[in-house]
Design a protein around this ligand. Structure first.
Ligand SMILES: Cc1cc2nc3c(=O)[nH]c(=O)nc-3n(C[C@H](O)[C@H](O)[C@H](O)COP(=O)(O)OP(=O)(O)OC[C@H]3O[C@@H](n4cnc5c(N)ncnc54)[C@H](O)[C@@H]3O)c2cc1C
Length: 414
């Protein structure tokens, strides 16, 4: 049975993180928005030593394990705990949260597609004393939503793979490449004729010759997080840095590419949780400001007696709760070893759209105060939008949802 009553342990973590978000992140949020590409180094070190056994490991999301306790099997709540953690930290600040060290999307790809030996080899480094960053590069100038169009190639040469191509918009790419233990998971085709089946993930480690940052983005929101373009020119990596099997199994199917989907099953609900954190920040700010002027929403009254602002606030709260319930269902399924592709896409589609609308509405209702840089509300409006773009846009999540619900393949519903 699905039970969304949070365990005492998660509630305690939630309370602690709320304090951390309020006291450590909020006061520096504006500085790191205005000074893009600067990072709160001391805070990031502190976060790493505090979270390396918890969030740092679990931000990569992933398959649940049944945990053994006193001889009894106990269901994992790792992904639910991560979603709650992510919401609280992103309530504090989305840009700084995205700059936190950890496996990130790269770790999620290793978790979803690596062999047990590869997971041990590449994920253990995130538990060490030093903060480490992972990143994942799928997007290319000609391949965004249409990932089958990936042109980066990986050609086997002796006991190495040789990568050539260009990746754009890689979150934490700079952090991962500058970090002596960092890596980027690069999706490249081993057989361009094989379509999706030929696309495989490769680990490219810090310092590999032929891998170079070619551009650092200047962004609208999440400005503390670095986003870069990376080129690969005759970039040689060891043959066992391909994640999973090099075999192109069935070119009529999407076998090789299933790893991307498995990665997203784990991370899309977390992007939804990020969105919810930002949306809640905006809504809390609006309600607190109104409360300071003695305005309270009269919840029990009938809709035809409500004021327009009461109706707006109640609608925003309902949308945020709906997004959270979809998100918690998606992570609950992961924790219980169930396939959650549909639910992960539903959660991300709902949360991305809801917070884009909520943050805009809050700015509108606050009037000039919403637009002023004196408060963080205008920043949250800028930060929120990315949740409707990366890891698959809102439109693509709705397309995946429609395909699943209607039972149509990619060929029928494009
Ligand atoms: C700040 C930031 C960080 C990012 N981080 C990463 C990262 O770490 N790794 C990575 O690989 N990528 C990353 N990305 C890239 C991101 O995932 C892509 O931008 C996204 O998938 C969309 O691809 P695109 O930009 O090529 O847009 P396009 O695919 O060209 O889409 C343009 C518009 O058309 C719509 N559209 C496209 N196809 C359809 C369709 N079939 N039906 C309806 N609408 C459609 C889209 O929804 C969108 O609105 C990041 C992007 C940003 C902005």
């Amino acid at each position: 049975m699905i039970d969304f009553e949070l365990s005492p342990k998660i509630k305690q973590t939630q309370k602690m993180l709320r304090m951390f978000a309020e006291q450590a992140l909020r006061p520096i949020a504006r500085h790191f928005d205005e000074n893009e590409h600067e990072k709160p180094e001391d805070l990031l070190k502190m976060v790493h030593s505090f979270m390396k056994g918890g969030l740092g490991g679990s931000l990569s999301g992933g398959k649940s394990k049944e945990e053994e306790k006193g001889g009894e099997k106990k269901k994992s709540e790792r992904n639910l705990a991560t979603a709650v953690t992510v919401e609280e930290i992103f309530w504090g600040d989305a840009g700084i949260a995205l700059a936190f060290p950890g496996p990130g999307l790269g770790g999620a790809a290793v978790q979803a597609t690596g062999t047990p030996e590869q997971k041990e080899r590449f994920l253990a480094r995130f538990q060490g004393e030093k903060p480490v960053w992972g990143a994942m590069a799928i997007t290319e100038p000609e391949a965004g939503s249409d990932t089958a169009n990936i042109r980066t190639t990986a050609v086997k040469d002796g006991n190495e793979w040789v990568l050539n191509g260009e990746k754009i918009f890689v979150t934490a790419g700079k952090s991962a490449l500058e970090d002596s233990e960092g890596f980027v998971v690069v999706w490249a085709t081993v057989d361009p004729k094989a379509g999706r089946a030929g696309i495989k993930p490769f680990i490219v480690e810090h310092g590999t010759p032929g891998m170079k940052i070619t551009k650092i983005e200047d962004k609208m929101g999440i400005r503390c997080s670095d986003t870069v373009s990376i080129s690969f020119m005759d970039c040689r990596i060891p043959e066992d840095n391909i994640l999973g099997s090099p075999e192109v199994i069935d070119t009529t199917k999407t076998k090789g590419f299933k790893g991307v989907m498995a990665t997203f099953d784990a991370t899309r609900p977390l992007v939804a949780a990020m969105a919810i954190g930002v949306g809640r920040a905006a809504l809390d700010f609006l309600k607190d400001t109104l409360a300071s002027e003695d305005f309270q929403v009269r919840y029990p009254i009938s809709p035809n007696r409500m004021t327009a602002i009461e109706r707006d606030i109640i609608e925003m709260e309902a949308n945020l709760k709906a997004a959270r319930l979809l998100t918690w269902r998606a992570v609950w399924m992961l924790d219980n070893g169930q396939r959650n592709s549909l639910e992960a896409s539903m959660a991300k589609a709902k949360a991305g759209l809801a917070v884009t609308q909520i943050t805009q509405k809050c700015v509108e209702l606050m009037g000039p105060l919403g637009y002023s840089r004196k408060y963080l509300l205008e920043k949250w409006m800028r930060d929120a939008k990315i949740n409707d773009i990366f890891e698959g846009t809102g439109q693509i999540q709705m397309l995946i949802t429609a395909r699943n619900v209607l039972g149509f393949g990619r060929d029928k519903l494009k």
